[in-house]
Structure formats: C-alpha cells, structure tokens
Design a protein around this ligand. Structure first.
Ligand SMILES: Cc1cc2nc3c(=O)[nH]c(=O)nc-3n(C[C@H](O)[C@H](O)[C@H](O)COP(=O)(O)OP(=O)(O)OC[C@H]3O[C@@H](n4cnc5c(N)ncnc54)[C@H](O)[C@@H]3O)c2cc1C
Length: 278
C-alpha cells in the first residue's frame, strides 16, 4: 500500500508568502515538491510523524527566465520543464541533457530541480551542471533573501547551507562561455542512479576548463587542480592522473572506488577531446 499523508500532516500554502510564514510559524515542517524522493522515504517509514509543506501549487516558483544576463530557474521547474525550455536549450544545454537522464518520463514530470538539489544526494544528475556553471542558490525565508554560491552550498554528505525556515526559490546562472558537456554513466540509460556523472565547460578562447563530478565524493565536487592543469595546456593524460588523485570515491552497492576513478578519468579525456579540439 502506498503511504497516505493525512490532512493534519499537510500544510497547503496558496502563495510563496504563505509558505514562508508557515515555515517560520508552524515548524518543523518539511518542504514537499514533486515528492519523488520523499515518497521513497515515506515508503521506508522514516518520515512517519513528519508534517509537510506542499509547494506543488506555487506556480511562481516554476518560472524559467532571463534577468538581465542571468538565467533564473525557479526551484519548482520540473525536469520536463528543463528539457522543454528554449532558454535552457540555448543558454545551458548541459542542464537539459542532465534532465533527460533523470529517471523515466514520470519522474521527469514530477521531479523538480529544487528537490534534486535539496535532496543533496552526491549522485543527483543536475548537481554537476550547476557546479560547472558557477550557479547561485537563491534561498528565501519570511524576512530575508540570500544567495549562496552553488559550489559552497553543500557542507558534507547530504548536508546543505539551507536553514530549516528557508526554501530554495531559484537558481541563478550567469552566462556560460564556451562549450558545455554532460555525461552520466550508470547501469543502464534510464531509471538508474549514476555511478559517475560529469559536467564540463571548455572555453577555447580563454583556454580555461571547468569540471564537476558527482558520485565520486560525499558531495558533488569541482576539480580545481585538474582544471588548472587543462587550463595551463598540460596533456590530458597528465590531467587524468591529477583527477584520479583529486577525487575520493567509495565502494558501494552500485560500484567500486577503482571503477569510478577509471571512468571519471575516461570521461575527462572524452570531454576534452569533444570540446577542445574542434
Ligand atoms: C524511480 C526513481 C528514479 C530516479 N532517478 C533519478 C535519476 O536518474 N537522477 C537523479 O538525479 N534523481 C533521480 N531520482 C530522484 C528524484 O526524482 C530527483 O532527485 C528529483 O529531482 C527530486 O525532486 P522532487 O521535486 O520530487 O523532490 P521531493 O521528493 O519533493 O523533495 C526532495 C527533498 O528536497 C526538499 N525540497 C524540495 N523542494 C525544496 C525547495 N524548493 N526548498 C527546500 N527544500 C526542498 C524536500 O524537503 C526533500 O528533502 C529518482 C527517483 C525515483 C523515485
């Protein structure tokens, strides 16, 4: 039987302002977006006495728009929204590519980018993209809005800088110059969590590279030493050796640390060949 959330346990805000007041005054409550991650925990019985704040109707948080030269993506934008958005397609195609790899169509229709990020799994598919794009996380509580660099948002395994009375309301992505690249390696193409996931940006004009990896450390990571080696014109096999030294993957049920190291190094070579030479 699927778990049922009673009305007593579900707060139904009508606006963002309502939701923020409820978070401040009626806590502790857990924000609930597409519920694709939360339902798994509910099924396991780990959220038995939890009260939830249903964000799903807050359409203002679904917008994808340009603010000046910054791409702003509302936290409630679903993976399907990201795939279909012409703005994402033109400004951040690696995000559309990541969204296409999330679960199957049903999960893409319900799962949101805000949920993917807040859930804080190091295997989340959109996370390396936001890391490589130098995105900011826009956090709001009743009386304050603050912006946190995505690359400082995670403080440890499944820990973030979000305070209990804050919602993620959006992500802001400055213009990304250069060629974008995304790959997920999993057991199969659909419905599988990544063994390794990489997003990269190579800018042949400035000679710089940005590389972010998921599933190789407790949080998604950027690889500053690897990026510096590529940016300095070192051969890709030198950069691969640096990458292997820079990541700290673990053995788990999905893969071994050794496999992840090798795949990550192979992905780096593929990224550099695909984006740097042409
Ligand atoms: C069958 C299946 C396949 C999947 N495949 C993939 C996959 O391939 N790749 C992948 O990355 N993920 C996958 N997932 C995980 C999940 O679908 C994604 O992480 C999705 O983006 C979560 O979004 P959601 O809106 O459903 O989050 P929810 O389940 O609603 O919430 C997840 C967490 O985020 C918090 N939260 C949600 N929105 C906000 C907000 N705006 N502010 C603050 N906190 C918030 C919630 O409190 C909760 O802790 C899969 C899940 C399932 C069940």
């Amino acid at each position: 039987m699927p778990p049922v959330i009673s009305h007593r346990r579900l707060l139904q805000p009508r606006s963002l302002a309502d939701a923020l007041k409820m978070l401040r005054d009626e806590g502790p409550v857990v924000p609930m977006a597409g519920c694709t991650d939360l339902y798994v925990s509910l099924n396991f019985g780990t959220l038995a006495d939890t009260r939830f704040l249903n964000l799903w109707r807050l359409d203002a948080l679904r917008r994808i728009e340009l603010r000046g030269d910054v791409l702003a993506i509302g936290a409630l934008a679903t993976h399907t929204d990201l795939i279909r958005s012409p703005l994402v397609g033109s400004r951040l195609p690696m995000l559309a590519a990541a969204a296409r790899e999330v679960g199957g169509v049903q999960i893409q229709n319900r799962g949101t980018i805000g949920g993917n990020v807040a859930n804080a799994s190091p295997a989340g598919d959109t996370l390396p993209v936001l890391a490589a794009a130098d995105a900011s996380v826009v956090l709001r509580r009743a009386d304050e809005t603050r912006r946190v660099p995505f690359n400082g948002f995670y403080t440890g395994y499944r820990r973030t800088q979000r305070r209990p009375d804050e919602l993620i309301v959006a992500f802001e992505i400055p213009r990304v110059r250069g060629r974008q690249w995304f790959r997920k390696v999993g057991t199969r193409a659909a419905q599988s969590i990544s063994k390794v996931v990489m997003a990269g940006v190579s800018d042949p004009t400035s000679g710089t590279a940005r590389v972010a990896l998921g599933s190789v450390a407790p949080t998604v990571v950027r690889l500053p030493r690897t990026e510096a080696a590529l940016g300095a014109g070192q051969a890709v096999d030198v950069a691969q050796r640096i990458l292997i030294d820079e990541i700290v993957p673990i053995d788990d049920i999905r893969s071994t640390a050794e496999y992840r190291r090798r795949v990550a190094a192979n992905l780096l070579a593929r990224f550099w060949n695909d984006t740097h030479r042409r």
